[in-house]
Write a new protein. Structure first.
Length: 193
């Protein structure tokens, strides 16, 4: 008969997520993970499988609590307000992250996706979801007259996806609020009708 777990899966997964987020996949050892999670290496393997499997679960947890939550919450707002709120949260999160972790999705895109087809598929799917969110906002804003119609919604959505990725990468080296907010304000200003 198997022993019951002596830890909360969500709590230890959150700890693993923060460990990977701060150090990256390659630089994080199983020992680092076990120490941060407060469990033994054997418990880690029994509960989550190998390091790669744990990274995937940690990334999924991050996406659900961060990216998916933000899109769901802000998708209910008027279009321009949703876009300003979205990028406002990104700037705030980036400017206040003393560890300069950036975005775990972007980090996975840079570190894992080039070498791992499964992670490449996850990154592509998530970026497509973000682009679709931007396109929905832009289409609605073009319909209500708050967003310019000088460019097609699809092209503007790609611009905003590029802005998001650029801000999250920039936050790793220059996380100063004026730098990040300046990039956001310039791009969102081009959307105004």
């Amino acid at each position: 008969m198997a022993r019951p777990r002596e830890f909360d899966d969500t709590t230890v997964l959150e700890a693993a997520m923060h460990c990977f987020w701060a150090q990256g996949y390659q630089a994080t050892s199983v020992r680092d993970l076990a120490d941060h999670m407060g469990i033994t290496g054997a418990s880690l393997y029994n509960a989550f499988g190998d390091k790669r499997s744990l990274y995937r679960k940690a990334l999924d947890h991050y996406l659900e609590q961060s990216v998916h939550d933000r899109v769901a919450r802000l998708g209910k707002l008027p279009p321009m307000q949703a876009l300003h709120a979205f990028f406002g949260e990104i700037v705030e999160r980036s400017a206040t992250d003393g560890k300069r972790r950036g975005c775990l999705l972007v980090n996975a895109a840079l570190e894992m996706a080039p070498y791992d087809e499964e992670f490449r598929d996850v990154v592509v799917q998530e970026m497509a979801m973000l682009e679709a969110f931007f396109q929905r906002c832009i289409t609605a804003g073009q319909a209500d007259g708050t967003i310019t119609t000088r460019q097609p919604a699809g092209a503007l959505a790609k611009l905003l996806l590029s802005l998001l990725l650029g801000v999250r990468v920039l936050a790793r080296t220059r996380p100063q609020r004026p730098v990040l907010q300046g990039a956001v304000d310039g791009a969102l200003g081009m959307l105004a009708a």
